[in-house]
Design a protein around this ligand. Sequence first.
Ligand code: SF4
Length: 309
Amino acid sequence: MDALLQTEQPKALFQRFEVEPEEAKGILRHQKDPVYGFSYSLNPYRGCSHGCRYCYVRDYPAQVPGQPRGVLHDPAQWGQWIAPKVNAPELLWAQRHKLHGETVFMASATDPYQPIEREYRLSRKCLQVLLACPTTRVVVHTRSPLILQDLELLKAFGDRLSVGFSIPTDDDTVRQVVEPQAPPIPTRWAAVERLSKAGVRVTLGAAPLMHLHDVGAFVRRAKESGARSAWVGGLRLLPHDPFFDLLRQHHWLHILDPGYAEGVRKAMHELFPRKSKQQLRQEGQKQEPEARVRVRPAPRQPGLFDAVG
Ligand code: SF4
């Protein structure tokens, strides 16, 4: 068995983990605003076992299956439950007529290659449906090397598929704090290299940008990984977000300074020059990813820049 595919979250983190399979009513969510660069998002799961501590999706209302309507998951339990949409591939097949010439983003509110995908294979089955839609472009976004289990399928899409890989820090001890249940950083680099070497187009997302020890080395690593493009994304804090206190506790408040992200972005653009309009058109994109990221301004927090002067 491929060592990269064995990446699992530590068992202790799953002691209270609930799997709540469900029949979804719909699977394609229309994105009306063309600025995002895709027309439909597709989430084969509700919830996400990666449980990133900054994840704003935890605040979306999420019904608890089997409970009266309106009984919602507590946002504090984000990362401790997952609802596989067991009929996702069938729903997608029934709606594939909508996808002619469109771009599908998988996934906007979950990681399609979290560990449970090993068992349910819903992302794989959805990709098989999308492969049968010859004019549809696909962007798969993940933090997980488990995506390699579908390498042959990804390759079969050729130019109409790209993978967005999120690597928000160069330090796995930072990752252990901010994304405790997500795969280690070194395994993500290895997965980006493997995908790129196989000819799959990878866009590296330093998003949301966290603390970096060495910006220059990080950007060089991104280039050497074979990623075709890279971008830097900001953090979206919820009102009174406990993640702010976590940043303060670890002396990482500088990541909220727009100048910090701008510095990393500038370094990134030196090795990954911005694409021309023609290149973007050829890739079916309207704008670079970072131009599309709409970050809700973080609510003003007391002492926001205490640590950066
Ligand atoms: S992988 Fe994405 S969806 Fe899942 S918890 Fe992390 S940020 Fe949220």
